[in-house]
Design a protein. Structure first.
Length: 255
């Protein structure tokens, strides 16, 4: 590990293929940035990332100031970032990083005592928010793999801090009853074909509603739509054992 100013860089040297969780190119992860003020905490996440992405270079930043400049103009596969920095407002920093989309995947590390800050992130397009107080290392590894495969993950214990009253949001977004029914299915990650079977409508109808909902949410991908569906309280995230699986639909629909 070599010191580079206010941050450090290390490269994973694990070669055991039985532990390799990286998918085939072009999804291979080559650079992971961990922005966390507590060094020991950051290094523990580095260890997790080296297990999930054994070919990746792990870069650490412990100060918020200068982080945006350090990210700009580079291909950052994963950014894991905390909510608190001694010299910068962490929430403002995350919002700006999301606005500029300075990393392919943005994962927020949410410690127990910073949970109330999550409400301020309700408009930020992050790929995962992980509760490090309640989640096991195994679950965190699984969540990172899910994000790499284009899914989103929000720790179940954190959902109440992210959700807004969806009755109010429904009115603001003018979602129709048909769109609400479709959203409660596809918002959990179910594909259009499976959703059509569940709802008893054509796949084309589901696809049309999906495009309409994405337009009203002002998002450009299904993954971002899923995040919005969770954040607004339309669906609950399933456990990692059944994440986004069609056969888990009964357990993830709201009453």
């Amino acid at each position: 590990m070599a010191a580079l100013g206010d941050h450090t860089v290390s490269t994973s040297t694990q070669n055991n293929t039985s532990q390799t969780a990286v998918t085939a190119d072009p999804k291979a992860v080559s650079l992971v940035v961990i922005a966390k003020s507590e060094r020991t905490y950051a290094e523990s996440f580095g260890h997790i990332c080296s297990r999930v992405f054994p070919a990746a270079e792990i870069e650490y930043h412990h100060k918020g100031a200068g982080l945006i400049n350090a990210l700009q103009g580079r291909r950052i596969n994963f950014l894991l970032i905390g909510l608190h920095f001694p010299d910068t407002d962490g929430v403002d920093l995350i919002q700006e990083i999301c606005k500029q989309r300075l990393a392919e995947h943005i994962v927020v590390i949410a410690e127990k005592h910073y949970r109330p800050l999550l409400a301020a992130l309700h408009t930020s397009r992050v790929d995962a928010i992980i509760d490090t107080f309640n989640e096991s290392m195994g679950t965190i590894r699984t969540a990172l793999r899910s994000v790499q495969n284009g899914q989103v993950y929000v720790s179940p214990m954190l959902e109440p801090y992210l959700q807004m009253r969806h009755s109010t949001m429904t009115k603001l977004m003018h979602l129709t009853q048909a769109e609400l029914r479709v959203l409660r299915i596809i918002g959990s990650g179910i594909d259009d074909s499976a959703a059509a079977g569940i709802l008893g409508v054509s796949e084309a109808t589901v696809h049309s509603h999906r495009r309409s909902i994405m337009g009203k949410f002002k998002v450009s991908s299904s993954a971002k739509m899923v995040y919005e569906a969770v954040r607004l309280g339309f669906v609950r995230m399933p456990s990692m054992d059944t994440v986004l699986a069609p056969d888990g639909v009964k357990s993830i629909l709201l009453p």
